[in-house]
Design a protein around this ligand. Structure first.
Ligand SMILES: NC(=O)c1ccc[n+]([C@@H]2O[C@H](COP(=O)([O-])OP(=O)(O)OC[C@H]3O[C@@H](n4cnc5c(N)ncnc54)[C@H](O)[C@@H]3O)[C@@H](O)[C@H]2O)c1
Length: 331
């Protein structure tokens, strides 16, 4: 299948392109390179463009004739979304509408969408199941929920087949060292912890050590990026015309921030300094996914999502592979 991968030069999108190519599909990356990297596009063409630009998007679809779309393209910093909400709605929500309009104009009938556990807000029950009420508590989460709602309506009215994959905390890097996480600024906890291990930052802040959790720090569900990539490959062939489906993607178990740092100390052999800081508004104490539906519907399992696998592959990327991968592509 030829697949237009919007946002395919980013972290999760680039790993998915590799998995698509391995499975015999042809990814065509469409990305404005706002946070993505040209060096991470290795398994098909890169079209530089914005999902808010219908002319460029139509030209890409005319030229490459994709049979399906995966939409990773989004602004994804929670804090930034609260101070620049209109920019976030424009990029993530208006961009989604443009993408669907162009898909309809060119008879592209299937789309897989990067949604997020941020659509649930602060869940009142654990683990989080898909049928639970979605009440996002920040603008970023609201843009993702709106994306889902738009797709749901477009499926019912226009016969689109859509799947929203609600990722919990993505982590890890390509086990073969070709890709990894490169965000600037970095806000995700695993690369931040490893940057502290590497000496790239002095310490790591523990935002809240008095939660009602076993060690007082927040518990999160970390899912390996290669498991996310595999789920997208499975999702592509399971979109059904006229149907909207949504699945959680997580490991199905949680680790506390303190657990994570303790494992990172052991696996890197480095000291990692921590500093206690106040709780951040809107951080739920525990977020853990129920992934039974995804296991069943996608025939998928979070096979690489142990904390150790996630830390090991991220550390290898940070310390060994990253410079080589970027240099090889630049040549
Ligand atoms: N990383 C996580 O833990 C996580 C969790 C839940 C959901 N998500 C979602 O998954 C998706 C991918 O996340 P990521 O961590 O790989 O982020 P990323 O920033 O690495 O990738 C996003 C990509 O989209 C591109 N992009 C953004 N706006 C665009 C636009 N208007 N037109 C064209 N390209 C555009 C960026 O240049 C980048 O390459 C995002 O939609 C994000 O909201 C991520």
């Amino acid at each position: 299948m030829r697949v237009l991968v919007a946002g395919g030069a980013g972290y999760i999108g680039s790993h998915t392109c590799k998995a698509l190519a391995r499975a015999g599909h042809q990814p065509i990356v469409y990305d404005n390179l706002h946070t993505g990297h040209a060096w991470a596009v290795k398994w098909g063409p890169l079209v530089q463009g914005d999902i808010n630009d219908p002319v460029a998007l139509s030209a890409a679809i005319r030229e490459h004739r994709p049979e399906a779309v995966i939409n990773f393209a989004a602004l994804a910093y929670v804090g930034e979304s609260m101070v620049q909400p209109i920019r976030y709605y424009r990029n993530n929500v208006a961009g989604m509408i443009t993408l669907i309009e162009v898909m309809r104009a060119h008879d592209v009938g299937s789309i897989v969408f990067s949604s997020s556990c941020a659509t649930y807000g602060v869940p009142d029950r654990l683990p989080v199941v898909e049928g639970m009420q979605q009440q996002p508590i920040n603008t970023y989460g609201r843009t993702k929920l709106m994306g889902e709602q738009i797709l749901r309506d477009a499926c019912a009215a226009h016969g689109l087949g859509a799947m929203a994959l609600r990722y919990f905390n993505a982590g890890g890097a390509d086990p073969e060292g070709e890709l990894g996480e490169e965000h600037d600024p970095e806000t995700h906890i695993i690369p931040l912890v490893l940057q502290a291990a590497h000496g790239m930052r002095a310490d790591i802040s523990l935002f809240g050590t008095d939660y009602d959790t076993p060690d007082g720090t927040c518990v999160r569900d970390y899912v390996h990026v290669t498991d996310l990539a595999a789920a997208h490959v499975a999702a592509l062939t399971r979109c059904k015309a006229g149907t909207f489906q949504a699945y959680n993607l997580g490991a199905g178990h949680g680790a506390s921030i303190s657990d994570l740092i303790a494992r990172a100390r052991v696996l890197t052999g480095r000291e990692i300094r921590t500093v206690e800081a106040p709780r951040r508004a809107g951080d739920p104490p525990i977020l853990v996914a129920d992934v039974a539906l995804a296991r069943q519907a996608l025939d998928w399992a979070p096979a690489h999502s142990s904390i150790d696998d996630i830390i090991r592959t991220s550390w290898a990327w940070m310390t060994q592979s990253r410079a080589c991968a970027m240099k090889a592509k630049a040549r």
